[in-house]
Write a protein that binds this ligand. Structure first.
Ligand SMILES: *Cc1c(COP(=O)(O)O)cnc(C)c1O
Length: 357
């Protein structure tokens, strides 16, 4: 059997969720959209079920899978509904949609709901992707509460640069939240993604929304003390399936991207872009072989990639290979491929996921 697989450590997932809870001291929605960032939504939800305050997903399809699996916690639909016809199911299953644009308000006006919604109202505090501007936000808030269509409202906004140090943007967004909600009385608030949970204690509010941190990957491109406490959940692993001796000055793989600079031992790994390993990973991308760091050499193929074993004489056919996980941060691998760990995880494909509790 092909040795490529993703080991998913569910106790690390619980550790990371508890870290989000203890750092924020408030309720935390486990963001399990996009199949829990490639980690398997149902398995991750089951592992958190006994302690989680709620889940967040991007669409009703994902929420209904969680309900069908028996999860009774609140489920926030981060993008609300896409068609008004979803509203009846949203009521039936008590899903909490985010209302984020005028079309949603019109749908609600025309809807005949079987019961009022528990809804979240999106404030555009400066990211300019979704939500209502601070100027009109209080009016819409009051209109919704008066409409009888919502049972209660939570205020939600999203930071665009909470993962960066000292841009001033997050403070501006916090100020926009304060001014937009100042006259609304007691308002439950949700502001923070993982970066907010880890680095913006003054923004924690009533509900936080950790995503990437649950999976043990830091949202920051620099060392950060809270993020240092995260435990990687996914180990992407395979084995060396062949070894070749290659002379100096010889090309390796498609396009001859890499030329050996010395007589080299090249190891072939059963892992490729069809598995989700990034095709754009550059020569020099770190790879662990038997726990030791070495480098990717040559372009990544669909099913295989090549690593330099010249300095690892004890490793060879059958050696254990880790592409990311404990001991090799997915964010570091991602930076060698011009992307972020989020995308590496979401792109995971074909490899079986093996769960450890
Ligand atoms: C995906 C998402 C999150 C989680 O973001 P992370 O950076 O993965 O923590 C939080 N809030 C919203 C609105 C999202 O869409």
């Amino acid at each position: 059997m092909r040795p490529a697989r993703a080991l998913i450590d569910l106790s690390a997932l619980r550790h990371n969720y508890r870290l989000a809870k203890s750092l924020s001291g408030c309720r935390a929605l486990a963001v399990v959209k996009a199949n829990a960032y490639g980690h398997g939504a149902l398995e991750c939800a089951a592992a958190l079920d006994a302690e989680v305050d709620g889940f967040a997903v991007s669409a009703i399809e994902e929420a209904l899978e969680l309900r069908a699996a028996g999860h009774r916690q609140p489920i926030v639909l981060l993008e609300g509904w896409f068609e008004a016809s979803e509203l009846e199911l949203i009521c039936q299953h008590d899903l909490w949609p985010v209302i984020h644009h005028d079309g949603h308000l019109q749908d609600l006006e025309q809807a005949n709901l079987s019961k009022p919604l528990n809804a979240w109202l999106k404030l555009d505090s400066g990211m300019h992707r979704t939500g209502f501007s601070p100027q009109i936000y209080p009016t819409i808030w009051r209109q919704l509460l008066a409409s009888g269509k919502v049972a209660n409202l939570t205020s939600i906004t999203h930071f665009s640069r909470a993962d960066e140090p000292d841009t001033g943007r997050t403070e501006q967004q916090l100020e926009a939240v304060r001014s937009a909600t100042a006259d609304l009385g007691e308002v439950a608030r949700s502001l923070c993604n993982s970066a907010g949970v880890l680095a913006w204690p003054q923004a924690h509010g009533d509900w936080v929304r950790p995503g990437i941190m649950l999976y043990g990957s830091s949202p920051f491109g620099f060392p950060q003390p809270q993020a240092a406490q995260l435990q990687p959940v996914m180990q992407l692993e395979s084995k060396i399936i062949a070894v070749h001796q290659v002379a100096s000055g010889e090309p390796i793989g498609y396009g001859s991207r890499y030329l050996t600079t010395r007589p080299s031992r090249i190891g072939l790994v059963a892992m490729g872009y069809a598995d989700g390993y990034p095709r754009h990973a550059a020569d020099g991308t770190p790879v662990l072989v038997d726990g030791q760091r070495t480098s990717l050499v040559g372009r990544v193929s669909m099913d295989m990639l090549t690593v330099d074993l010249t300095d690892l004489p004890a490793s060879g056919l059958g050696s254990h290979v880790r592409l990311w996980g404990k001991g090799l941060d997915a964010g570091e691998v991602a930076s060698h491929a011009g992307t972020i760990s989020y995308q590496l995880f979401c792109n995971l494909n074909r490899v079986p996921r093996c769960y450890q509790d």
